[in-house]
Design a protein around this ligand. Sequence first.
Ligand code: GLN
Length: 523
Amino acid sequence: MLGIATRTASQPAQRKMIHLSAIELLKRLAAGDMTSRELTQAYLDRIARHDAAIGAFLRVDAARALAQADSVDCRRRAGKPLGSLAGLPVAVKDVLCTEGERTTCASRMLEQFRPPYDATVVAKLKAADAVLIGRTNMDEFAMGGSNENSAFRPVHNPWDLARVPGGSSGGSAAAVSARMTPLAIGSDTGGSIRSPAALCGITGLKPTYGRVSRYGLVAFASSLDQVGPMGQSAEDCALLLEVLAGHDPKDSTSVDTPAPRYSETIRQPLECLRLGLVREHFGDGLNPEVEAAAREAVRVYESLGATVVDLSLPHSKYAVATYYIIAPCEASSNLARYDGVHFGYRAGQGAEVSDQGAEIRGADSSNSPASDSPLVRMYRDSRSDGFGAEVKRRIMLGTYALSAGYYDAYYKKALQVRRLIRQDFDRAFEQVDLIVGPVTPTPAFKLGERTDDPLAMYLFDLYTVSTNLAGIAAMSIPCGVSSAGLPIGLHLQSPPFAEERLLRAAHMYQRATDWHKREPAMT
Ligand code: GLN
């Protein structure tokens, strides 16, 4: 948090502007009602005031953010062409490589990692003239659903500081919710954009696999990871997705189809929308207030002309088990590179390290070093100290499921079930345009409540993981507030590459309701 200016925005108008939507802020910036410096300073002041209690940001470089703002202001005054997010602050989850800037994934392992290049989405934000206001906290390597797995500090939910914000993009969600930034970037492997969006009362979108480049996104589970927008509303997410989406030759899984102009089409209402209600999404374990809010949202859609179809996704009961085989398998493979030599924290810095070089050069499979050799000790100690407990649990789960003799029973079986889950969705989308339901089984739970119970934590992902397994798109939009004053999210799932439809449907709902305008009570 070093470097945050403590000057408070003197004008009440400046304090108020942080509550406006991204769309509105862009209009005011373009009209000259405020400068990007004033706006950026107002958010920095808000961060200085509230983030010690929330913990949404891992790093904020006020001087750099203000310099970016000044550059936009200067070019605007000179009448130069500007990008589509010109002068608007955007917070970036600390999982996206940014040239020369620490990118830690909230892990000790990468605490000192400064990537030599920008992730494609970071490059796109820079090209759109966004002000990169700070790096947001997260679960370590994006593994978690509560943000308690950050190696540095947990994030607190701005609606109730005793509760979790959801994860793993909890810092991004809390930052938007507390109006410390108008927009943020998250990543979603099994729900990490949608679940914190739901728990913090904001809007988030997980794009179709292949829609947004993963180049420079630190990999958790490569067949599931996607980057996406988080903001106050669907309109704001459309604006940001338009910048992020599109083919990237640097990511072979990014799809070469042009991304629509989401921010232009979003205002077109959808006629005769067919919504699917999935039987399995309204079963045991669903909190009654969350269920009531989701059903009420469906009634709102019906009043807007939608029809509702009851559906079954018969394999959805296997989604959590399937995800918690596939994601750890991919993670154990992706995280093998953090060995203290190629990447990451190295235990026993000093003389011992230089000994390793010789040993590494000499080591090959026919001449494996003894398990108590300095080399093996260095690997073991680096990984033991550098990774937190949940990451190690995933590595062990994945290594076990991929090992000879278990591969067919676990990993291969999980891939087969994954196919069945995808087929369920294909069939469902022959009958409906979108699927609606709850995002999370309950509103935000208390910090510490589930840290000793990984299974309870994993079950929280019940409704979100199948989206990633199927590679489809989904959103979370605010649809209620519980009796304890906690936000509730509505899940909208679409066929692949139908983000336009998702955004239009979300916007229809947000025009008819004001749940997305609710803010946590903060002074
Ligand atoms: N909660 C899920 C997990 O722990 C999802 C995480 C994510 O989407 N990055 O794996």
